[in-house]
Write a protein that binds this ligand. Structure first.
Ligand SMILES: Cc1cc2nc3c(=O)[nH]c(=O)nc-3n(C[C@H](O)[C@H](O)[C@H](O)COP(=O)(O)O)c2cc1C
Length: 208
């Protein structure tokens, strides 16, 4: 493997430049600092439909819906690191992000029904996923309902669920800028995950 590490950030927040996108930006800035090539997709700006449950993908391995989400799946397939972000809405992820995750059903069908797609352990080890989230409440368990959907998303798309960058109690802190550690932590984790993949690549280049 050669070339810069590709990092794709996906914001599922309906609010531009709010708490969640700002925390996502911190992770992406850290990744950029470490030398990665970074791209960011704002789901709110895209026009897309939710899964219709038609199950056509079970036969064809493709989604019958063609819209502005279609090229996003190609971007996901090209990424080495996927940083997916959502605020907590009604104790879960936003409709924007859930809509994207449900549309990956065609990838699930390729893997588990048609068996035309298989991610090796090596592929998964080389593809890292980070979940970024923010919440108003200070409850410790406020992110718990979001984690399984994110786990499913990373499993389906062939990414190892590497870590979370999460910040709760933002009502108390008056927003992400008032949080004592989240932005620093986000930047550090963005740097760290890119460094990790660079190290793995360098090691493999020595062995090759
Ligand atoms: C529709 C809606 C539902 C929300 N539901 C919750 C919730 O269940 N638990 C919580 O802690 N915060 C909840 N919040 C607060 C947001 O999670 C919090 O303000 C978050 O930081 C917003 O991120 P943003 O700036 O990217 O929009 C909700 C906010 C909205 C607008």
């Amino acid at each position: 493997m050669t070339g810069p590490i590709k990092v794709l950030g996906i914001s599922g927040s309906p609010r531009r430049h709010g708490n969640t996108e700002t925390l996502l930006d911190a992770v992406l800035d850290g990744a950029r600092d470490a030398g990665a090539e970074v791209e960011k997709i704002i789901l709110r700006s895209l026009d897309y439909a939710s899964c219709r449950g038609c199950n056509a993908c079970h036969r064809t391995g493709a989604c019958i819906i063609k819209d502005e989400l279609t090229p996003v799946f190609e971007e996901i397939a090209r990424a080495d690191i996927l940083v997916v972000a959502s605020p907590i809405y009604s104790m879960g992820i936003t409709a924007e992000l859930k809509g994207l995750i449900d549309r990956t059903q065609y990838i699930w069908a390729r893997k588990f029904i048609l068996k035309t797609l298989y991610f090796t352990n090596k592929h998964i080890q080389h593809h890292k996923g980070i979940f970024v989230s923010t919440a108003g409440l200070g409850w410790e368990n406020v992110f718990d309902a979001a984690f399984p959907a994110i786990t499913a998303f990373f499993n389906i798309t062939g990414f190892e669920y590497w870590d979370n960058v999460i910040a709760n109690d933002l009502d108390h802190y008056g927003g992400i800028a008032g949080h004592p550690t989240a932005l620093t932590e986000g930047r550090a984790k963005g740097q760290k995950v890119v460094g990790l993949l660079q190290k793995m690549q360098a090691q493999e280049n020595v062995e090759a």
